[in-house]
Design a protein around this ligand. Structure first.
Ligand code: SF4
Ligand code: SF4
Length: 206
């Protein structure tokens, strides 16, 4: 969930049409048309990535007259399906996966069950991944993968790359090789198993 109270605004006089903003937008809300960047006001989630990276300072963040609340209501989806998806992705449903917006795995799972097919769809529907844009990409990719959704990064985009390995996937051979060098794979796995299997506290409790 995110309350979007900012929107990107382009100074067309300064824009040189370099497309950097297009490449960094996590929801594909800005596009260069006829050499100038244009913002889709309904899609923009106010993350300021474009503003921070525009090489000629052509973008500024403005207050929205009417802030948008973006979220997916987990009650609108069968919670058993959310549980299944989170379990397959080795995540606790109530685990916060986007620290910037406080979005939990259950809301991301609900977005996928309601049709999200990519990290960009998820960001558009939930507002997740519109803060730092770094921490939440891996759990988002894991949830998409667990749902059998194959998504590829937008062409030419700089928003996300491949999925990285999780502690559960590290082969025994690698664990053994590095066990004496200060890596604690087995302990990490036990700790993360405790997190992902902890009892539910909120709406999913029956
Ligand atoms: S990054 Fe700046 S200069 Fe480049 S297209 Fe976007 S608004 Fe224009
Ligand atoms: S979502 Fe972020 S990167 Fe995309 S147009 Fe809005 S402020 Fe710029």
């Amino acid at each position: 969930m995110k309350l979007v109270n900012l929107i990107a605004q382009v100074d067309r006089g300064k824009c040189v049409g370099c497309k950097t903003c297009e490449k960094v937008c996590p929801v594909l809300a800005i596009k260069v048309v006829d050499g100038k960047a244009e913002v889709d006001v309904d899609r923009c989630r106010g993350c300021a990535a474009c503003e921070q990276r525009c090489p000629v300072y052509a973008i500024s963040m403005q207050k929205r007259d009417n802030p948008l609340l973006v979220s997916v209501d987990i009650a609108s989806v069968n919670y058993d399906e959310i549980l299944k998806l989170c379990s397959n992705a080795l995540l606790h449903p109530e685990q916060v996966v986007c620290y910037c917006t406080g979005t939990r795995a259950e809301e991301i799972a609900a977005a996928i069950l309601k049709g999200a097919k990519s990290p960009e769809d998820i960001s558009f529907m939930t507002g997740a991944r519109t803060g730092c844009k770094v921490e939440c990409i891996q759990p988002i990719l894991r949830l998409l993968e667990a749902a059998g959704v194959k998504s590829t990064p937008p062409q030419g985009g700089w928003q996300w790359y491949g999925r990285t390995v999780t502690v559960w996937e590290i082969p025994k051979k690698v664990r053994e090789k590095h066990s004496s060098r200060g890596f604690y794979f087995d302990e990490d796995e036990k700790l993360l198993d405790r997190v992902r299997t902890a009892p539910l506290q909120g709406r999913g409790v029956k």
